[in-house]
Design a protein around this ligand. Structure first.
Ligand code: C5P
Length: 241
């Protein structure tokens, strides 16, 4: 497969057309940004760890019945994906209060959220990803009521699958972000599932194992990404879930 012209450039990924119809190449770059792009760096090797972990989770989710855009890895930092009609929503599932929910609402960091809380933002750099509610999502005609219900159901199922998988490896899935698109009219999980889009805590120590290491200057980001990627890709002590 050949990589052709650039179709989309995000803060940490570039998407290219390929010479196969309906197949895109999603390349994970070493760029890392935080605080709406105010903090920026290039960390050699980051793209590879995120591509590896994303590819692994997409395969895992497909095996458990979740439709995703993932088709395969073509090199260490690039995935082949189906060309979805992307929906400009950032769907966040939270199991534990951390990050913006603690800054904006009276939650104490570390509070268990049971049932998990789904928050949906409008994906727009210009508008700084404002939070939506169901009425706004429907008024903006971003999805139908049925699609919204399905997106939330898939989001909770993905949360269950990832939480169980990570828990077996001593990692707590605090929260994570997903993006969805349509393929032949069907809702399908797209984008990435990586250390850039998840908040992960070591269950024993509470240590951050994700982009918070970068956001909050908590240490060596690449060492943390390498370490958590190794844990995610390994068999747990008591056998795989
Ligand atoms: O910043 P906040 O606490 O709202 O983030 C919640 C989760 O969503 C975190 O895991 C974060 O990494 C992810 N997120 C993301 N992309 C965004 C916003 C949040 O991956 N644009």
């Amino acid at each position: 497969m050949r990589q052709l012209d650039l179709v989309y450039e995000g803060k940490a990924k570039s998407v290219y057309r390929s010479d196969e119809p309906d197949r895109l190449i999603m390349r994970f770059r070493d760029d890392i940004t935080a605080f709406d792009g105010e903090k920026k760096d290039v960390l050699s090797g980051k793209g590879r760890f995120n591509a590896e972990v994303s590819a692994f989770f997409f395969r895992y989710l497909e095996e458990h019945g979740i439709p995703t855009h993932y088709l395969g890895l073509i090199d260490q930092s690039a995935m082949v994906v189906r060309n979805l009609e992307m929906i400009p929503l950032e769907v966040i599932v939270r199991n534990i209060a951390a990050g913006s929910i603690v800054r904006r609402y009276p939650f104490k960091e570390g509070t268990l959220l049971d049932p998990p809380v789904i928050m949906i933002d409008y994906k727009s750099d210009v508008l700084h990803d404002p939070m939506l509610n169901d009425d706004l999502i429907l008024a903006l005609n971003l999805v139908t009521r049925d699609e919204l219900d399905l997106i939330k159901a898939i989001a909770l199922k993905v949360n269950e699958l990832l939480s169980d998988y990570l828990d077996a490896r001593g990692i707590t899935l605090v929260d994570f972000k997903m993006e969805f698109g349509r393929r032949d009219g069907e809702i399908c999980l797209g984008d990435e599932i990586s250390m850039d889009s998840m908040r992960l805590w070591d269950r024993e120590t509470g240590r951050s194992l994700d982009k918070d290491v970068y956001r909050l200057g908590k240490g060596d980001v690449i060492a943390a990404y390498a370490d958590v990627a190794r844990q995610i890709l390994s068999e747990p002590a008591g056998g795989a879930p």
